[in-house]
Design a protein around this ligand. Structure first.
Ligand code: GAR
Length: 189
């Protein structure tokens, strides 16, 4: 049985696009089905792409809502979808305990840094400012802390010769797009 997954986004959604592609015609084809693309912002660019592909999309605007109130609304929405996994792909919100507990070991995130070294926002900015020659992207389970969940996989990003933040991001995202689906493949198999 294919895993029923929801992809959660807050913006551009390039990781979401890469995963959708792998589900449709790549390494996740026999393993997973994207049953929902969810955004917490109506302005999330990735929503348009998902709609164009005919995917089911939903949005609840998080702005102005208390974390627990918003998450309860999202949980109510998700109950119809019978999800096996929630895959966070640039979802820029910390999940409440109640949300995490509703999907134990079923929420996965990609973080643009080594989560043991840098948590929270701006992972590529952090690597650039530190002048790192190599950074890592991390795929991990989501627990109740900020980027503290069990690490599933880490992949190095070669930053040698990268002289701008844009270049760091470009290299990092290329690794993310490849390794997120590859890691999901290992989990779903
Ligand atoms: C990605 O670099 C992802 O790792 C990062 O946001 C970007 C989203 O890009 N996520 C976080 O920083 C989570 N703390 P995308 O919308 O193009 O996938």
């Amino acid at each position: 049985m294919k895993k029923r997954i929801a992809l959660f986004i807050s913006g551009r959604g390039s990781n979401m696009q890469a995963i959708v592609k792998q589900c449709q015609e790549g390494i996740l084809k026999d393993l997973a089905e994207v049953v929902l693309v969810f955004a917490n912002k109506q302005s999330a660019g990735g929503l348009e792409y998902a709609k164009e592909l005919g995917l089911e999309t939903q949005c609840i605007e998080s702005k102005g809502l208390k974390r627990t109130t918003f998450d309860q609304k999202v949980l109510a929405l998700l109950s119809d979808y019978k999800l096996d996994y929630i895959v966070l792909a640039g979802y820029m919100r910390v999940l409440s305990s109640g949300f995490v507990q509703a999907y134990p070991k079923q929420i996965i995130n990609i973080h643009p840094a080594d989560t043991t070294q840098h948590q929270g926002l701006n992972g590529y900015g952090w690597a650039f400012e530190k002048g790192l020659e190599t950074t890592k992207v991390t795929v991990h389970y989501v627990d109740e802390g900020l980027d503290t969940g069990t690490i599933i996989a880490q992949h190095p990003v070669d930053l040698k010769g990268a002289t701008s933040l844009e270049e760091v991001e470009r290299r990092g995202l290329a690794v993310e797009h490849y390794c997120y689906s590859k890691t999901l493949q290992g989990i779903f198999e």
